[in-house]
Unconditional design. Sequence first.
Length: 258
Amino acid sequence: MTETRFRRLVLELGHGAADPATISAAASFARILGLDLFALFVEDEALLRVSDLPFTREISPVTFRWRPLQAGQLEIDLRATADRARRHLAAAARATGIRQSFQVYRGDPGSHVIETCVATDIVVVSPPRRVEGDTAHGYQVLRETARLSAASVLWLPPAAVPRSGPIVAVAADPDDPGLGVARRVADQTRERLVVLMPEAAIGDAVAVRPLRGESLQDLAATLDDVKERLIVMSRAGPLGDMGARVSVQRGVPVLVVE
């Protein structure tokens, strides 16, 4: 079993995740996982180009009436949002004692995430707290980008707050790469490790709970009364392509490793 040693938690802040709660949650999990937190804010060039079109309109936050969308004002708003995100990131890093860095780019957010992330990174994907047209679209883009990047993915549920509880590993077999990561996280956090594995792959030497099926209902039935802190699985293992749905259903972060 080859276990990846992760170095950074990557948080893209240009799709509505620049609020203090999301940044604070990401910083907390960077501390739990023993990683640096790297935040990138991508000024979406496509959005800036759309603002140049004469028929583009926005709702004024003062008059609540439609007005032309001005590219200059949009750039000012983006810079202000990036500055706020930078301050929130610095505050979260001080509170958790982690190392952080922040970079602003301009271009296509998906392309920058793919170019930035490497195999030793974990990219954070969290639903926006305010569901609006641009944030919802940006979230969908980031979801698909995360699947295509070389990085592993940490799915954060809405309003994620770190809590105590067992670390759960959903493994295909004893050599599943997620199992080693889950064991290391359990050691770091001094939490109990709970291993779920298909019954046919268990063998005699591994103490696990048999996972009878690969649906959300099977997972819930197997976990039963476990109030887990984090679920770790590999992308190629059972439920590996359902990380986002598992995170929402269980209300906990789900780390899907390559």
